[in-house]
Design a protein around this ligand. Sequence first.
Ligand code: PMP
Length: 452
Amino acid sequence: NITRHGVNLARAQALAAAERADYIARNPISQALAARAGEHLLFGVPMHWMNDWSTPFALTVHEASGASFTDADGHAYTDFCLGDTGAMFGHAPPAVAHAIAHQAARGYTAMLPSEDAAPVAEELARRFGLPYWQFALSASDANRFVLRWLRAATGRSKILVFNGCYHGTVDDVFVDLVDGVPVQRDSLLGQVYPLTGHTVVVEFNDLAALDAALAAGDVACVLAEPVMTNIGMVLPQPGYWEQAQRIMRRHGTLLVIDETHTISSGPGGYARAHGMAPDALVVGKPIGGGVPCAVYGFTADVARRVERAKRDAPPGHSGVGTTLSANMFAMAAMRANLEQVMTEQAYEAMFALADQLAAGLRGAIARHGLPWCVTQVGARTEFQFSPQPPRNGSEAGAILDGELEQIIHLYLLNRGLLITPFHNMLLVCPQTTAQDVARLLDGFERCLSALV
Ligand code: PMP
């Protein structure tokens, strides 16, 4: 009897086979649509990673609203994935729907600022505490642009990231530590020039390594999530960020905080909630209520250095920006979302539900005697396959178990409960109810009973 992470493997695999059969029987319309999509979509899906879900073929969404959606076969789901944060404030929040409907007949993109630009920037400055802002179409783009600005502003060529990080499809960040040695991520496609020359990588929560890596004075900035969320969650140890920021300041290295996922911590993100003082900050995904857009902000000092770098550069292409960035449609969505949806009140409700969820998951794990733990960052909760929370990317990576994750995810999905693929993350949104959480916990409990 082989067990993995406390689970009887043979039993889990038998459960997986039954769940796959169930899924196929339940979803004939999704199956037919997937077959049709296979005729003209590469990999049979609009994005290749849509094949990486736990399902035998892609589940086709019919429509989504608030915390729920229906599929093409007419099943209803409670959504704890919420577009992996893109829909963290609910699907089609009414205020955003209204704003974009209003904008829909008034133009989408003109390469000129709309009347929403100044109010949006004012609100960003108020809530994130950074005075100067720019826009992009995705968090990936925002991160890429910030790296470019900060290399230009500091005249330093290198950046530093934490092992196991993800900041979108940003070439510079795909460097891992393998047995202590920086190595370009081997899964990258078409990466024809080496990335290790200008990217330094250290483990999260290792102050001595950070200090040593910055000592040469050639690192422009550290790009980091305040809590790692993409390799399973890794919390900063008490006092870590305070010390880390002191080290960065001593070496003249700027700190860029990517709040794209940790915006689950509150209306001003994790940094604001925990008294951090980043030099730059990025938020993508849910900032426009799910409409494609992202924002990045700078302190006054960094903004001045960035403006000077632009002024001093020869005229021509900066390498920053895309034609549709800051378009009128996205601006209208952001304004509505910031002013009416991403409110203190909304967060209060989400935090209470996430607390209920985390406590319930811990209870179920304890009742089944599993060596798992639960990590929570505001409205974001995750169960992880180790008795203690991981302290860095290497530890977090070592406990990932794609096979076991997929079995649990598919079991829940067949019972109308969607959680985020690739790890065990659950989000709640303002429309999630206590009953939704209770249903998730009931499904989880049953799943563990089937597994253990
Ligand atoms: N930053 C973080 C922290 C992310 O988790 C992600 C995506 N998961 C991104 C940036 C990139 O977002 P996008 O794919 O929307 O560009």
